[in-house]
Design a protein around this ligand. Structure first.
Ligand code: NI
Length: 179
């Protein structure tokens, strides 16, 4: 009988199956699941610093964090297998695409993350830590600057849930290319 985290991993693997993303190396793409695995590893390491965190909530939300936004997985399916708390967490991590601008979508998501347990804010920090890996070569300086600024907003709003993750993210922001 697979445990809850194994169920989340298989579900994410299945639903992200045909997605890939661009890497800094021209022409090299990776399966989207690479990002999900990296966020899971980040969250697992954070758990060592936060034994008070609910491991299932943190790790399952880490694995499922992009499913509602980027795949055909439905909220009902998440709730049936993982329950209301994980569904609410994954929903908070999902942008509301009815809002007109990226900035409003981010601010709305951050408000919902702040209303959720700290494990969900921790997932958002883990996600952005991984997303601040070197960007694809074709990103313009303007796009990189905007991404860096958005990361700083995430750090300012959510950093209080974990000194460990705040320091990781602050380090990634400082090292992120500006040109
Ligand atoms: Ni992500």
């Amino acid at each position: 009988m697979p445990n809850l985290l194994q169920k989340a991993w298989l579900l994410a693997a299945h639903h992200h199956e045909n997605q890939r993303y661009n890497t800094p190396i021209e022409g090299l793409t990776l399966p989207y699941l690479t990002h999900i695995g990296a966020v899971l590893i980040e969250a697992q390491q954070a758990l060592h610093h936060h034994p008070e965190f609910d491991a299932d909530l943190l790790l399952c939300s880490a694995v499922l964090h992009d499913t509602l936004e980027d795949t055909d997985l439905t909220p009902d399916q998440v709730e049936t297998t993982f329950g209301k708390e994980i569904l609410t967490g994954v929903r908070a991590l999902t942008k509301d695409e009815n809002l007109p601008s990226k900035r409003e979508q981010m601010e709305d998501s951050l408000q919902r993350i702040l209303a959720a347990p700290p494990e969900i804010a921790a997932v958002k920090l883990c996600d952005r830590i991984n997303n601040l890996s070197p960007p694809p070569h074709y990103w313009t300086p303007t796009k990189k600057a905007a991404y860096r600024e958005e990361a700083q907003l995430i750090l300012d709003q959510l950093g209080h849930v974990s000194t460990y993750l705040s320091q990781r993210l602050a380090g990634k922001i400082a090292a992120y290319p500006t040109s």
